[in-house]
Ligand binder design. Structure first.
Ligand SMILES: [Zn+2]
Length: 202
């Protein structure tokens, strides 16, 4: 479950069309898929750096599926074998999770993350919270911290397990962490929103 972050005005957004649903959207809401000449034919270009013919789609299962059925992506893939939407979604989730781990490491280097209940509670009280992340299997103080975060306008998200949350911090388990840098928090939040959108039914 994700509690939204306040949106900031980023100036004039550059818009692009989703190859799935056809809507024109801010570029940040879309992911680029690149069609390659050799298997596996479609690569997810999260960093928008890969050469080759690409299309942009919403990070959503419906749009990925629709793009494979019709439009520029379907045309580019014609006659080159089947590409399963599940394979693209899996690649995308893996890349997004890797990016979250990288951002967690960056937050650690920048000392802009608090870990564990006590440190998180103190930072929330001091108004330093930007994004509170609770492990799915966290117990105890999670609800209390989430309420405190929401009351102070800090976004909240539930992600991973205590084991996976602890890994980047060399802990066997970690139930809660708080990102205190707005830019890093925003980037992590966007990744988590996209991962959540890909796991929704439909
Ligand atoms: Zn779309």
């Amino acid at each position: 479950m994700l509690q939204p972050m306040a949106t900031t005005d980023r100036g004039r957004p550059s818009k692009r069309m989703c190859a799935g649903c056809g809507q024109r959207t801010e570029r940040e809401a879309l992911v680029r898929l690149v069609v390659g000449d050799h298997p596996p034919f479609v690569a997810v270009d999260l960093g928008r750096r890969l050469a080759g013919r690409g299309v942009s789609v919403h990070v959503a299962r419906n749009c990925i599926r629709a793009a494979l059925r019709r439009g520029a992506l379907a045309r580019a893939l014609r006659g080159r074998g089947d590409v399963e939407p599940e394979a693209i979604e899996k690649m995308l989730v893996e890349q997004l999770e890797r990016r979250v781990a990288g951002l967690a490491a960056a937050a650690q280097r920048a000392r802009s993350v608090e870990v564990g209940t006590e440190a998180v509670r103190d930072a929330l009280r001091a108004g330093r919270g930007q994004l509170l992340i609770l492990a799915h299997d966290s117990r105890g103080r999670g609800d209390e911290l989430a309420r405190a975060a929401t009351a102070r306008g800090c976004a909240t998200a539930t992600w991973g397990t205590k084991a996976s949350l602890g890994a980047p911090f060399a802990r066997s388990e970690l139930g809660v962490l708080l990102l205190t840098d707005r830019g890093i928090a925003r980037a992590v939040f966007d990744c988590l929103s996209q991962i959540e959108a890909l796991s929704e039914d439909g």
